[in-house]
Design a protein around this ligand. Structure first.
Ligand code: 7TS
Length: 408
């Protein structure tokens, strides 16, 4: 094994989609921050559920319904363990990170009034920015922004200056999808709690990459998407501390989330069901739990070390390409390399790489304010996963070199 491939390259064999050619070349999939591929065991878990257990949950006395309910609730417990949450009812199923942010932002409409403030970082995916703008607009609360330093880290001194007793909630990501910056969640959370503010963390890019312990971080809310952690699309998790979930009003009304329904009004179910109106994505929960088990089998710490090693390797090698400029050079970063070739549009670089079978994302990465901060239309982004190898990254660097020769 190459010493830099800390995980065995045989991991690739578990991902059927990766065994194909694109434009006549073996696929090198480096768009993992957008979505990761699914191992065979996840595909089988979803397939098995539909073939043998499919039924609606929490309602039938019949055997299939009980089996579906058992698997669905066992999946919730698996995700509780994954995050080390204190209680299973603190794990809410959502469609993904975006729904998690909206659920909390909508609920906070009942808590905020003019004179209150929200603090949001400028390193956010639009999904952890726009819902807070909507909340500010609906309530008259003030929005304050944590500025970005040139290396792509958040200005921690400026952050502390923004905090006072008017701040009711602080929102930021654990790892940036555009630059790979890892934010100091623990210290930022402690500072917010000192002024009595709740903390919402977007963990979409952190959960696939590393171990997340919500109790150690002491965050109030933590959201992520299953499809970025080897699970199905349309499935995500919102973790919330019990005391916050009890205070927060329901997001959607309907079946499953009620206690008693009368024409004059209704009472709501307890946690977590108060937030889960309608038939849930049962197969998604089962697939996500299998993805979590897969990550544990491979080893969360091993995945993090493997990706960190590859990130260092690829960063050093890409820096040797003439005319390249890297964005996001914070000391603490993970799994994402964003760059441009001087004078070339990121889209053109991405198109040329696709011709060579290499899948990267180009553009703003749903982070327009970050691109504005650097005065660029976008970047080319290569993002890593557990199945990424040194050989993939060598192919990427060769490809970027070729693109530079053609475009510059
Ligand atoms: N937050 C972060 C940090 C993200 O990276 C993404 C998706 C989201 C929120 C939204 O997740 P969703 O599953 O609800 O859509 N990021 C990306 C990306 O970087 N390229 O495509 C999607």
């Amino acid at each position: 094994m190459d010493p830099r491939n800390l995980l065995p390259t045989s991991l690739l064999d578990e991902f059927p989609i990766l065994k194909q050619t694109i434009n006549g070349r073996p696929l090198v999939y480096l768009d993992n921050a957008a979505t990761v591929q699914k191992p065979e065991c996840v595909l089988n878990a979803v397939d098995h559920y539909y073939r043998t257990d499919n039924a609606n949950v929490h309602r039938g006395v019949h055997t299939l319904s009980q089996r579906a309910t058992d698997s669905f609730e066992a999946a919730r417990e698996q995700l509780r363990m994954h995050l080390n949450a204190a209680h299973t009812h603190e794990i809410l199923w959502t469609r993904g990170t975006t729904e998690g942010v909206n659920l909390v932002a909508h609920g906070f409409r009942t808590f905020l009034q003019p004179g209150d403030a929200l603090v949001v970082s400028t390193l956010e995916h639009h999904s952890n920015l726009v819902p807070w703008q909507m909340l500010a607009q609906a309530t008259g609360a003030e929005l304050r922004f944590i500025p970005l330093l040139d290396d792509g880290s958040l200005d921690q001194d400026a952050y502390l200056e923004l905090l006072d007793r008017r701040v009711k909630l602080v929102a930021f990501n654990h790892i940036s999808n555009a630059l790979g910056t890892v934010n100091p969640v623990q210290s930022m959370t402690a500072a917010a709690h000192q002024v009595g503010a709740a903390v919402f963390v977007d963990g979409a890019q952190a959960v696939p990459h590393s171990t997340v312990d919500v109790q150690a971080l002491d965050v109030d809310f933590y959201a992520f998407s299953g499809h970025k952690m080897y699970g199905p699309t349309g499935m995500g998790v919102l973790y919330g501390k019990t005391e916050w979930l009890e205070r927060l009003p329901p997001y959607m009304g309907g079946g499953e989330m009620i206690d008693q329904v009368r024409l004059e009004g209704s009472t709501y179910a307890g946690l977590p069901f108060k937030f889960e109106a309608g038939t849930p994505h049962i197969a998604g929960a089962i697939g996500l739990a299998e993805a979590s088990r897969w990550m544990h089998r491979v080893g969360l710490e091993r995945i993090a070390r493997h990706e960190d090693e590859l990130l260092r390797y690829a960063t050093a090698k890409l820096q040797t390409v003439d005319g390249i400029r890297l964005y996001g050079t914070a000391a603490h970063k993970a799994a994402v390399i964003s760059f441009n070739l001087d004078g070339a549009h990121p889209y053109d670089v991405g198109m040329l790489l696709d011709q060579m079978g290499i899948a990267v994302r180009t553009g703003q990465h749903c982070t327009q304010p970050i691109m504005d901060r650097y005065g660029i239309p976008g970047t080319v982004r290569a993002s890593l996963a557990a199945y990424t190898t040194v050989e993939h990254l060598d192919t990427l660097v060769d490809g970027v070199q070729k693109a530079a020769r053609m475009l510059l």
